[in-house]
Design a protein around this ligand. Structure first.
Ligand code: HAM
Length: 435
């Protein structure tokens, strides 16, 4: 059987399956996703960020400044294809270059104001799938253009920590570093290359390859032997120019002032090549090997490289799948308030009318409506976890009443349709005062 058949089904008599490295997101997990997205809209909105939606595919050239080499050097690939019109396109592997492309294309820099954007959507990278690492994954990211001020670096970090903290994710750790810029990077790189050359023979094959492509990326090696060698390499933090050191100290001073805990990690370099000065990452021990929830940094120079003015930028992106994995138990449930049961299929039209009314008054309700027996409907009500079944029988409806059955106690009571909304609200709120 071919690899394609094995991965996604489609062979003779093989069940169809989602492609390797992709996932279906089904209730109740999908409600956890919605919670994370809602919290992002709320928090980012309060910080004055506006959402931007860009296409899922872009001209391949959009990713030429920094993304391609980086992904290749990490042995990851991109989903590139030529469409029927002969255009070379790429499914976006990250959100930063598309947002810059849109910012430049729509001349959003003309006012010289600081512009704050966020985005939510699928990204695509061809890499070896494992828990928390997928080929189609989702990012929630932000990009800020227009200022070199350390205040903005600190602001986006503050916003990220507020968002993740409000979601109740435990054991968050923030790591921060500066990777310098054209002032100090070249001299430092020479020192680093020298230091690595001396130890090449002891390095893993993977790190030797990284050394050839981008010596900074050796810092990302997880190989235990490499880790020992990495300790011996000079760090950029010790070789920062005075102004870059001052910028870094200022970011740290803001964080300290706001009581945000952080760890200075001089070996944090981040996977993407476009970073200048501040870089940061947030991890959670609630995750396994893929413990990086969120990463970002400053990328002054990239907007200009992509055809815009010389406008600085800073941002981050978080992996939605990973945030959902790290959420506390019980988050994201959207409870059904009541389940509608009809004694006869003839009563469905009347029951639907009542249901529309209940929904318009903010109650969450559902029903089976296949005309199944009352017993089967009650079982479905049970599976839905609704605390109340609202039962409609012909005699009751003719009297303008229905029966409420408390699913847990089995207790029943007759209620007039006129006060049904009020009664249901009262019972639902009593059951869940936090509602
Ligand atoms: P990144 O570190 O490549 O940065 O990705 C950011 C986050 O996306 C990671 O911390 C992780 O949570 C998630 N992620 C990355 N790859 C995968 C994957 N294969 N499966 C699941 N989750 C994944 C960027 O993409 C930059 N554009 C961030 C940025 C924005 N920097 C400045 N602005």
């Amino acid at each position: 059987m071919s690899e394609t058949e094995q991965q996604s089904g489609g062979g003779k008599n093989q069940p169809l399956r989602a492609p390797r490295g992709t996932r279906d997101v089904i209730s109740p997990e999908v409600e956890r996703w919605q919670d994370v997205e809602r919290a992002a809209h709320d928090t980012f909105g309060r910080y004055g960020f506006r959402e931007m939606r860009t296409p899922i595919f872009e001209d391949s050239s959009v990713f030429e400044k920094g993304t391609i080499e980086t992904l290749q050097s990490a042995q990851k690939g991109m989903y590139r294809f030529v469409d029927l019109g002969g255009h070379e396109l790429t499914l976006r592997p990250e959100g930063t270059p598309p947002v810059i492309r849109a910012y430049v294309e729509h001349n959003l820099s003309h006012s010289k104001d600081v512009a704050r954007f966020y985005y939510i959507g699928p990204m695509f990278r061809y890499e070896r799938p494992q828990k928390g690492r997928y080929r189609q994954f989702h990012q929630i990211g932000v990009e800020v253009f227009g200022s070199e001020s350390a205040a903005l670096d600190a602001e986006v970090i503050d916003m990220a920590m507020t968002w993740l903290g409000d979601l109740g994710i435990e054991s968050l750790q923030l790591f921060i570093n500066s990777v310098g810029d054209h002032d100090d990077r070249p001299a430092y790189m020479e020192k680093l290359i020298e230091a690595q050359k001396d130890l090449l023979a002891e390095m893993s094959e993977d790190s030797r390859r990284r050394h050839e492509i981008n010596p900074l990326r050796v810092f990302d090696s997880k190989d235990p032997q490499d880790q020992l060698l990495i300790e011996k390499f000079p760090t950029i933090l010790d070789h920062l120019s005075p102004q870059n050191k001052a910028h870094f100290d200022e970011v740290c001073a803001y964080l300290s002032d706001w009581g945000i805990d952080y760890n200075i990690e001089p070996r944090l370099v981040r996977g993407l090549d476009y970073y200048r000065r501040t870089v940061f990452e947030v991890t959670s021990s609630a995750l396994g090997a893929q413990n990086s929830l969120l990463g970002g940094g400053r990328y002054d120079g990239l907007v200009e490289q992509m055809g815009g003015d010389n406008i600085p930028g800073v941002g981050f992106a978080a992996g939605l799948e990973r945030i959902v994995l790290a959420l506390p138990e019980g988050a994201g449930a959207t409870p059904i308030d009541c389940y509608i049961v009809t004694v006869s299929p003839k009563l469905i039209p009347q029951a639907m009318k009542v249901m529309r009314d209940l929904r318009s008054h903010g109650l969450c309700c559902t029903a089976d409506f296949q005309g199944r027996s009352v017993k089967a409907q009650m079982k479905a009500a049970n599976r839905s976890n609704a605390p109340i079944a609202v039962i409609f029988g012909p005699d009751e409806l003719s009297k303008g009443v229905c029966t409420l059955k408390m699913m847990e106690s089995g207790e029943q009571q007759e209620v007039s349709l006129e006060i049904l909304v009020e009664d249901l609200h009262r019972i639902v709120h009593m059951a869940d005062p936090g509602n």
